[in-house]
Design a protein around this ligand. Structure first.
Ligand SMILES: *Cc1c(COP(=O)(O)O)cnc(C)c1O
Length: 354
């Protein structure tokens, strides 16, 4: 079989999605399935829908378009704040979008009216992670403006934590969001359908909280695909952590010194590498490199060390394990490696256990 390839176990993804939907559902929280790390793959989107998820979310409108064009029948949420230049396609392909800029919402309104449709928005509230979101003090004023706009329906408030600043979505942060929601609902006489408290990092809060407050929604990617929460990257009990496997092929395998010899200058990426001498080792080269994958996010399933990589090669010390040319080697991937692998046109995607 051709390599490098990413083997995707559809059965394991389905199991994870169902398990998480039931778990969060037990306290009244609905799960939106996030497809960005799989580039909006319609076949995986279909697995999520068959597991009981009804809303799919992606950060890119091109991925949402791809899923729609492939006949995926779901509600679609655009995760990344729409670009001003995208208003028209956003209204066309996404049912809902997450927003934090009034100018953008005004343009969405304009496009929605032009196309005689209604676009739903969730306003994002900044709670300290410092990526997207309105500062809480600006919320009332923005909502006042939004409620005047034709073609726009405010359906919820949301927040995103643990992405840029690493700020934990803990009890305190979730209580703040709930209390903001209560105030907004009271002040404007609204009932917000979505109170979207975060992402895969919300697992620990969810497990420990006695009261989820007004939070009724989470947007989950990583925990569905990799089976872990994302504050400590601990596996979530009952989930598969190996739904994705990267398979690469040995293209050279020899006993060679551990220390490069000769006069040393820069390597392929402008660094001056440093090595220690461990004597001769089993040096094995794989036919995959930095153009395909993020090396730091790979964990070999065998007891071997990754020494480094260049554009097209990974160099390993296979220690006690003897590998020969043509052998295949399997790796677990973290989120970054998975993102790179799904995005790379050089990595073949192969469905297993459908
Ligand atoms: C990517 C993303 C998510 C999903 O995050 P995971 O950690 O993969 O669960 C949720 N919300 C927003 C706004 C995102 O960009």
């Amino acid at each position: 079989m051709p390599t490098p390839r990413l083997e995707i176990d559809f059965g394991k993804i389905a199991h994870n999605a169902k398990t998480l939907k039931d778990l969060y559902g037990s306290k009244g929280i609905d799960v939106i399935g996030v497809t960005k790390v799989v580039c909006g793959d319609p076949a995986i989107a279909d697995v999520l829908l068959k597991s009981g998820i009804t809303i799919l979310a992606d950060s890119r409108i091109s991925n949402i378009k791809k899923m729609r064009d492939s006949g995926i029948d779901a509600q679609f949420l655009l995760l990344r704040t729409p670009f001003l230049s995208q208003a028209e396609v956003v209204v066309k392909y996404a049912d809902i979008s997450l927003n934090s800029e009034l100018t953008v919402i005004q343009k969405l309104s304009h496009s929605a009216v032009e196309h005689q449709t209604t676009h739903q928005i969730i306003l994002m509230v900044e709670l300290g992670d410092l990526r997207e979101g309105l500062m809480p003090k600006d919320l009332d004023n923005t909502i006042q403006q939004v409620l005047k706009l034709e073609g726009i329906e405010l359906v919820g408030l949301g927040t995103n934590l643990a992405c840029f600043g690493g700020v934990k979505p803990n009890e305190g942060k979730m209580e703040i969001l709930s209390s903001i929601v209560r105030n907004v609902e009271k002040k404007f006489g609204l009932i917000l359908e979505f109170v979207s408290g975060g992402n895969s990092a919300n697992y620990n809060w969810f497990m420990s909280t006695k009261n989820v407050g007004r939070i009724n929604n989470l947007r989950l990617g990583e925990s569905i695909y990799l089976g872990c929460e994302t504050l400590h990257r601990e596996p979530i009990p009952g989930l598969f952590t190996d739904a994705f496997t990267l398979v690469a092929e040995v293209i050279e395998s020899k006993i060679k010194p551990s220390l490069p010899y000769g006069e040393v200058g820069q390597d392929a990426f402008g660094n001056i590498p440093e090595f220690q001498d461990h004597g001769p080792i089993r040096r094995t080269i794989l036919g995959i490199g930095l153009q395909d994958i993020s090396i730091s996010g790979l964990t070999p399933r065998l007891d071997i060390d990754i020494l480094g990589a260049s554009s097209d090669h990974i160099i390993m010390d296979t220690k006690k394990i003897e590998l020969k040319v043509g052998d295949e080697l399997k790796f677990n991937l973290n989120y970054g490696a998975l993102l790179a692998a799904t995005t790379s046109p050089y990595v073949i995607k192969k469905q297993v256990n459908g």
